[in-house]
Design a protein around this ligand. Structure first.
Ligand SMILES: [Mg+2]
Length: 207
């Protein structure tokens, strides 16, 4: 492999997230816990609704209306947006690794299944770390979601590299498999220590 381009998943790699935070805020309005709200949403087709939203097929307004309809929740779009967006916390060891990789001159691309409300939140909240990335490939903008091959090919194109010269790092095995199927090198993120070792094995070292 040539000096590879490095593509990072966002959620639970660059930063952590927890949907229970959003569910907790919405659950209060129904008098139930966040856990109960998520339990209720699961069999009602929430993941299909989220998929439509994160592949850019429906707008934030349609998504919040859709969630409200699923669970019988009446909130304004603004109330929903505030509750929905703030779910992220830092992953400092990965932030440090990213800064080091940028310092060593690697091309860095973010490859995230996400939506406009979350992206607006995380771009603000993690502006410093995301500033090290050359490009952000966001599912709702490109119209493809992991693990579809088109998503990974869009990431390689954004990196200006052949798929075989790209390393895709993700915490979900399904997404790593998808990257490999599209011809990229896939690395499963478990701990930052393991990731550093896996990158070193490919000859990739931060500054
Ligand atoms: Mg993830």
């Amino acid at each position: 492999m040539k000096r590879p381009a490095l593509i990072f998943d966002f959620g639970n790699v660059v930063a952590h997230f927890d949907y229970r935070k959003a569910a907790g805020r919405l659950g209060i309005k129904l008098g139930i816990s966040g856990e109960e709200l998520l339990e209720r949403l699961r069999p009602l087709g929430f993941s299909d609704l989220l998929k439509s939203y994160e592949s850019g097929k429906i707008s934030a307004e349609q998504f919040s209306e859709g969630v409200g309809r699923l669970i019988g929740l009446e909130v304004t779009h603004d109330e929903f947006s505030v509750a929905w967006a703030d779910i992220f916390t830092a992953n400092p060891s990965v932030a440090e690794l990213i800064a080091g990789l940028k310092g060593a001159g690697y091309t860095l691309v973010l490859g995230s299944n996400t939506n406009d409300l979350h992206a607006a939140q995380f771009r603000r909240q993690f502006a410093e770390t995301l500033g090290h990335f050359d490009r952000l490939v966001l599912s709702y903008e490109v119209g493809h979601i992991k693990p579809s091959a088109a998503f990974y090919l869009a990431c390689a194109e954004a990196a200006g590299a052949e798929p075989g010269d790209c390393v895709f790092i993700d915490d979900l095995a399904e997404n790593v498999d998808g990257a490999r199927a599209a011809g990229l090198v896939g690395l499963l993120y478990t701990t930052t220590e393991t990731l550093r070792a896996d990158l070193a094995a490919l000859g990739v070292e931060p500054s």
